[in-house]
Ligand binder design. Sequence first.
Ligand SMILES: Nc1nc2c(ncn2[C@@H]2O[C@H](COP(=O)(O)OP(=O)(O)OP(=O)(O)O)[C@@H](O)[C@H]2O)c(=O)[nH]1
Ligand SMILES: [Mg+2]
Length: 440
Amino acid sequence: MFSILAGKLEVIMKRLHGHGRLDERLVDDALRELRLALLEADVNYRVVKDFIAAIRPRALSQEVLDSVTPGQHVAWILHQEMVRLLGSESEPIRWGGMPPVAILLAGLQGSGKTTTAGKLASMLKGQRKRVLLVAADVYRPAAVEQLRALATQIGVECVGGEGDPVAICAEAVARSRRDVFDAVILDTAGRLHVDAEMMDELARIADAVSPRERLLVVDGMSGQDAVRTAQEFHTRLQLTGVILTKLDGDARGGAALSVRAVTGAPIKFVGVGEKLGDLEPFHPDRIASRILGLGDVLTLVEKAHAQADLDRSAAIQRKLKRGELNLMDFLEQLRQLKKMGSLDQLVSMIPGASKLGLSGASLDDRELARTEAIILSMTGEERAKPAVMNGSRRKRIARGSGTSVQDVNRLLREFEAMQKMMKRMGGARIGRRVPLGRLN
Ligand SMILES: Nc1nc2c(ncn2[C@@H]2O[C@H](COP(=O)(O)OP(=O)(O)OP(=O)(O)O)[C@@H](O)[C@H]2O)c(=O)[nH]1
Ligand SMILES: [Mg+2]
């Protein structure tokens, strides 16, 4: 899967690794090659453009980390951006609410709808769900037979196959509601190209049964046209997700890398073979690693980042002990907080944080942004020595940060209170959990 693209990216990355320092020219050379490789893999050109544009400034302004080369760090950034491109999280079927979940499968002819309907039914049955398969492709007897055979093989019921597709789907959903099925999977007809009739039929089915999942089945081997198709389906059906099939073949990767960015609909599953078991939930980070082949490098850079964070925290701790914490350190702590996942726990480690609207689980993003803006609007001197801030300076800072003088005053008051408290405590260790109740 993605072997050609992966091969090219490996060469680009290897070349970057070799350099002790990265300058603008090296980064731009690498990005140019990256751009070409992606375009050759048939990734949508606009997607490529945005992707490169997201990487470049990060690659050029990277922080210096001990123990990793700049090239390795660029690889890490590339991976992060690719994960983001692919959708960050893996998204399961939307359970919840009243059963059944109706799942409409749409897509061009031969994209893999019927096979995927079977795979999905088999996967869900394995999760102890009651599944009904619905043959809504009535135009080819062979299509109905194909689905029935799959249903028999899996051991689930299959209805439909004759008459009006809209009526078939409506009846099947009504029946599955009555008989308390968990999921009802609608296998629809495909056409060689998107045509008005096909779209109308799908739209009428969607209107009739309001399927909670509207999944587009896309052949992973296709490139640019898949993206165009996806857009058209999305406009008509408001897709809730995409299933990429045939990723076991020598897919160039174009569809996989573009379809999410262009439609905004998450890739929910990928088909990796012709057999019933060959359907997998889509994991953006795993796919990105597979494309980039960077496992070791990523671990290395993650570790270096963790170490850098530790070093910074240690430095701040020393300052705290001496009562020398300045506003810049404070901002640094806020930024760390923003980066971390478990805010709940972290907030309680920062003395005085609760007073800044950073209380507990619901860390208020806006409050945090305001605090950040205020501190960033100060001069270096002001951050180091808050005492110099007179009325006119406070006014300037408020204007610069788009806040009010009251906001600035409040922040300074709270910072001062925090410093006093820290001195009184003789510098309790950050990093150890100190119950807030005892601090206040
Ligand atoms: N290798 C591989 N083949 C697949 C995959 N998914 C589907 N196929 C094959 O693709 C072909 C078409 O699959 P179908 O499921 O019939 O496609 P369809 O979208 O229902 O086609 P129509 O009903 O004609 O529109 C079949 O030969 C499948 O075996 C996959 O993930 N990997
Ligand atoms: Mg079919």
